[in-house]
Design a protein around this ligand. Structure first.
Ligand SMILES: *Cc1c(COP(=O)(O)O)cnc(C)c1O
Length: 360
């Protein structure tokens, strides 16, 4: 039986004044809407008790397995308000499919893709007043699943909780898209062969935080991770995929080698690349190739991408005391690519691939 995530009989609503004052400066992930979608799973009955409830703390016993063994996966996608007031999701089925794969890797139960999409759809429907309409604003959706069984034995949990929360968010960069400096981590890895790199799980993020701090200490805002085995191949950033654009108009990104998170933004950019005169290429990329080609000018643009910031241009890579600087003024494709995707998401250009799903 498909889940329905029915809303409460008497939903609680924040006043318009509260919502519009948050819209003035929502930041990212700081404010949350009035409701959340919830469902329970246990080994005997499977998924059940699906519902929309008032936003509230989740009460878990201190023996709840997620606190101890980090059996958790999550997703991130956005709802966009178009100029005519309608509200749309971008490729939610892609997030649903990835959520199933992530859950499988973390030995969590798979939530059927259809139920995932329903949960997100119904939450956005009830929270439609919260979806902002300003430049690059959206309602960020965070579905997640965790082991909720009270048991300290080490095995997959027999009971699980699924929750979706929603947060109005603004342009990731206030005052225009700012190129960032990136620290290449050779000391720490975030994932390793056979590990959880292709799963969107909290544990991968936990492993990325210390190197992230190191990046900050070195004047960089993000970390670029290389492969753990040889420390030779570029993989991705802590939460974004990595791209380079060559002077012969190739849009190159590391192939999905099992350690890289298959980003929906990554896949979408590879798909639209020909429309901007770029040839998409997925292949192993050696760090030394990137550094050499920044030097000889045959790589002219680097960027990172993900749902939150869409595309972030990269200004420099710092590696072993040296800084490799891109002349960002010569970048001709990064911003048009970014605009191209935003135009589809915000309904300003035709959705020729059927990526958009109307909520209301
Ligand atoms: C979520 C995520 C991305 C980006 O994926 P999108 O689907 O484009 O948002 C990239 N890398 C990691 C590690 C991630 O967790």
């Amino acid at each position: 039986m498909p889940l329905t995530f029915d809303p409460p009989n008497q939903p609680k609503y924040s006043g318009d004044d509260v919502i519009t004052s948050i819209w003035q400066d929502p930041g990212f992930g700081s404010y949350f809407t009035d409701h959340m979608a919830v469902a329970d799973w246990d080994r005997q009955v499977g998924w059940h008790n699906d519902r929309i409830v008032d936003y509230a703390p989740v009460a878990l016993d201190p023996a709840g397995a997620v606190y101890h063994y980090a059996q958790e996966v999550f997703e991130g996608l956005k709802a966009y308000r178009h100029a005519d007031g309608s509200i749309w999701l971008f490729r939610p089925e892609a997030n649903a499919a990835r959520f199933e794969r992530s859950a499988h890797r973390l030995a969590l139960p798979e939530l059927p893709a259809e139920d995932f999409v329903t949960s997100v759809h119904r939450l956005v429907e009830i929270e439609r007043r919260w979806v902002p309409g300003g430049e690059e604003q959206s309602l960020y959706l965070r579905p997640f699943m965790m082991a909720s069984e009270n048991f300290l034995g080490v095995r997959p949990a027999q009971s699980v909780l699924y929750v979706v929360i929603a947060s109005p968010v603004g342009a990731y960069f206030t005052g225009g898209v700012a190129p960032v400096d990136i620290w290449v981590s050779t000391e720490y890895s975030r994932v390793a062969n056979g590990g959880t790199g292709a799963a969107k799980c909290g544990g991968n993020y936990a492993a990325s935080l210390l190197p992230q701090e190191l990046a900050h200490e070195n004047g960089c805002s993000q970390v670029l991770f290389v492969d753990a085995a040889e420390r030779r191949w570029v993989e991705e950033l802590g939460g974004m995929n990595f791209f380079m654009i060559t002077t012969d108009n190739q849009l190159v990104t590391p192939n999905l080698n099992g350690n890289i998170l298959p980003g929906v933004t990554r896949d979408s950019l590879l798909t639209v690349a020909p429309e901007l005169g770029l040839t998409p290429v997925e292949r192993p990329i050696e760090l030394s190739e990137v550094l050499t080609r920044i030097g000889d000018g045959s790589v002219r643009e680097l960027f990172a991408c993900g749902t939150a910031a869409v595309i972030t241009p990269i200004r420099s890579l710092k590696h072993e005391e040296r800084e490799y600087i891109i002349d960002v003024d010569k970048a001709t494709h990064t911003i048009p690519l970014r605009e191209h995707l935003l135009d589809i998401q915000y309904g300003r250009s035709a959705d020729t691939r059927g990526w958009m799903r109307r909520v209301c």
